[in-house]
Each structure stands twice: as C-alpha cells, then as structure tokens.
Design a protein around this ligand. Sequence first.
Ligand code: FAD
Ligand code: AMP
Length: 482
Amino acid sequence: MSDKFDVVVVGGGPGGYVAAIRAAQLGLKTACIDKWLNKEGNGVYGGTCLNVGCIPSKALLDSSHKYEEAKDNYEIHGITTKDVKIDVSKMLERKENIVNNLTQGVAGLFKSNGVTALEGFGKVIAGKKVEFTDHSGNVQVLDAENIIIATGSVPVEIPPAPLTEGVIVDSSGALEFTEAPKRLGVIGAGVIGLELGSVWNRLGSEVTVLEAQDKFLHLVDSMVGKEAAKQFKKQGMNIMLGARLTGTEVKGKGKKKEVIVSYTDAEGDKTITFDKLIVAVGRRPYTENLFSQDAGVNLDERGFIFVNDQCATDAPGIYAIGDVVRGPMLAHKASEEGVMVAERIAGHKAQINYDCIPSVIYTHPEIAWVGKSEDELKADGETYNVGMFPFAAVGRAMAANDTAGFVKIIADAETDMILGASVIGPSAGDLVQQVVIAMEFGSSAEDLGMMVFSHPTLSEAVHEAALSVNNHAIHKANRKRR
Ligand code: FAD
Ligand code: AMP
C-alpha cells in the first residue's frame, strides 16, 4: 500500500464512515481505519453508534415498549392479553442481529464505493502521515493528502464508581443484562441514563436515578422537563435530584452481588443498595495514542480536538469531526460534519448550520428539541412569542391512546422567524424534524401555519402550535383572538 491516499479517515463510526463514503463518491482515493472488534473478535465499522450506542439502545427501547404496551395498554383497545412474558435472551439476540446487519451494511457500502477498509489502529504522525497497525501487529505508514480524524468518544468513568464485572457497568454493559435486575441504580439523568433506565424499568426493574443537578433535564425547555419528570414518575422511575454519588461498595458473590451506593443530597450523606448500577455520567473525547508529539494537532482545555467551524484543525490538511470535537455528541452531527469535510476537501463550499441540530431522547414519551429553548431566550433578554399545542387535543394521538405531552414552537416577537421548538410526546423526534426543515428554510411561524398538514396525523400538533404562536390555533382556545 505505498500509494498516496487523497483522504485517510481514522475512525469508522457515523462520522468517519460517512466521511469516507462521501469522499469516495466525490472521486477521492480514500481509506478508513477502525480498530473496533466485535464480540466474535471481527473488525467492524459503525463505531459507538452502531455497536453500543444509538442502534442497540433503540432496539431494546422498542422491544421493551412493545412488551409494556402488550402487558398494560391493550385492554383499552378491547384486546385481551394474558401472561405476557419477555424472553430477554431473544430480545438481546434481536438487537445483535440488527447491529450485525448494519455493520455488515457499512462494510458493503465501503466495497461498493471503493473505500479501502483498514482494520486496526491509526496514529497521526508528522507530515500528514498515518501509521496503521493491523490487528496482527503489522505496521505500515500511509501517505495522505488529507486526514480526517473521527475517533469519537468513550464513557466517562468516575473514581467513586469503578466498573466492576457484572455489577457496576457503563452504557455498553447496560445493553447486555441477561435479566432485569431487581433493584437498578442509574447515575446520571442524562439522555443515556434515562433511555437505559426506561428499558429495564419497563421490563420490571425498580429503577432509581441519582442526578447531581437540582434541575431535571437542565438542557431542555423547563416545561418539557417538568412534563417529562411527571411522566417518568408515573411509570415508576424514582428520580432523585441534587443527589451526587460519592462512593460504592460491592458486596456478595456471583448472582448475590450487590452494590451499596453512597451519595449526598440536601439532607446529608445517605446510602442505597442496588443489584446493578449503571454509570451514565457523560462521555469524553477519545484521543489515546492518536498523535505523535510532532503531529501539529492541538486539543482544547477539555480534551477535544480543537477545530474551526469547518472542522479544520491547527494542522493544514488535517480535519476532525464528531464526538472528538466541540458540539453535541450526536451521530447525525458527526455524519453531517463528515459530509461537510469530504465536500470541502473535494473543493465544494459546504457548511453546517450548527443552530439547527435536533436532539432526541427516545424515552416514552419521546423528547426532542431544536434551536433555542424559552429558558435560553429569556436569559438572553430576547422578545418572543410562544405557541403550544397538547397531544390531548390531537385526534390521531387519541386514536393511538398516546396523548401525553405537547408541541411548543417559539418565534421572534418582531419578525416571527422560528427560533426553536420542543416536543414531548409520540414521535417527538420525527415531529421536531419538521420544524428543523422549516427553520433551515428561514420559515416564520405564520409560514408553517399556512402549510397543509394531513389529517389525522400527529403532525397536526406542529401545525396548531405554529398557528398558536400568533394566537390563531383552531382546535384550542387562544390567549387573544385575532
Ligand atoms: P464513534 O461512533 O465513537 O466512532 C469512533 C470510532 O473510531 C470507533 O469505531 C473506534 O473504534 C474508532 N477509533 C478510535 N480511535 C481510533 C484509532 N486511533 N484508530 C482506529 N480507530 C479508532 N446519538 C444519536 O444521535 N442518537 C442516539 O439515539 C444516540 N444514542 C446513543 C446511545 C448510547 C447508549 C450511546 C453510548 C451513544 C448514543 N449516541 C446517540 C451518541 C452517538 O453514538 C455518538 O454521538 C456517535 O457514535 C459519534 O460518532 P463518531 O463517529 O464521532 O464516533
Ligand atoms: P449527559 O452528560 O447528558 O450524559 O448526562 C450525565 C449526567 O450525569 C449529568 O446530568 C450530570 O449532572 C450527572 N452526573 C455526573 N456526575 C454525577 C455524580 N457523581 N452523581 C450523580 N450524577 C452525576
């Protein structure tokens, strides 16, 4: 492999593999290096997202949701279900099959697009070279016109809760429980903690979430956070706010192992005992052994690779994308950065609108948002109008017996331009995407309100929330009539 590559991508997650495919589509001679080995010891692409992140977590969320629906929510439809059971090993097998299908799919896409797939470790060295070590230890140095670093992130580990085989696990371990633990603790009420806590709560675990912050879901709109807390409480999840984990002690042997968790809240020091504990306190950028000292790439003070808005590092011809750089740790953000960088390398003028990246929490109800929340706008002293519409007034939500939550759209008071939206309720992730599209096209709330939405659909909540911004929603009372 002595030829020079136009692009060498280090990391084959949703950032790296998408960058590699787009670069190859644009006619660039491209290689993608990834070190991931699956349980069978085979090299696979797809990174965190396909192997232990977005996809397996959603597979378990969907299975557990169906189980809960069949168990508790069919009677209202006149359907009798008795002795509904879940076979956890079958559920895990289904998840594995989905993961395998998708990772093999990436390998297939590499082949069809002519990307050279290199399984092993990549290290960036001076002079735009990448040292590639395959899984057998053979080393080659690749010459690259351009390098794209997409090495992603790994779970944050905290000293008071060291991972302990079978008892204290991170998000990857929480995807592998072979039965629902009786008492399950989750440290961190972030996206990952709530999703994984929901899976096992639905399957029968008594779930307690300890969150150090006093405010629940502090990053989302306050009204959404309040509604979410209400709904999760109803589902039986015990969410303890202002509770900071300070230590753990594992006791017992084999299946009898348990973990005593020490934490501090407003009342002082306390302990609580669980059968399993998930540590979900965030993720950190992964750059271990990635650079030789003279590679010329700098990190910021939090360990992320320092890049500009176009994902260029301080070293000419070297780019970095995805979880290893600033911004939200989301698969779709990583992929879009991958496409942008590949296109810029090919000489196109690509750019990302970082103000328009949606986020979704795939709990039930689902939670999704884009742009600015009301809390942020208030703190910035902006003037704005808010339109809201509850799913309880949406015919299709009633038909589906899924009426918790609402759509909230916020527009500039003067120009009516949409500044942000939050949705909590059925298909929130898909509904917020409609507002993302509107925002990308510079839509006002009035523009969105003037579009035709199919009836009966959940999307009508988006339509009515947009109308409600200017007080002319049809299916609810408005603050002022116009
Ligand atoms: P990664 O996916 O982390 O991929 C990095 C790759 O680089 C890995 O394959 C790694 O093996 C490889 N690598 C690292 N260093 C080297 C090296 N030196 N040489 C060779 N290879 C290397 N995001 C969403 O948008 N939606 C979700 O629903 C969602 N759910 C999630 C659920 C869980 C449980 C978790 C943990 C994460 C979830 N995420 C979700 C986050 C999402 O997985 C990440 O944002 C995304 O995977 C980041 O993509 P990336 O390409 O930057 O890095
Ligand atoms: P996220 O960053 O969205 O993955 O969420 C991680 C959550 O974990 C944040 O809300 C943190 O406040 C929380 N967290 C971090 N450390 C601790 C700790 N020691 N005890 C409880 N919660 C924590």
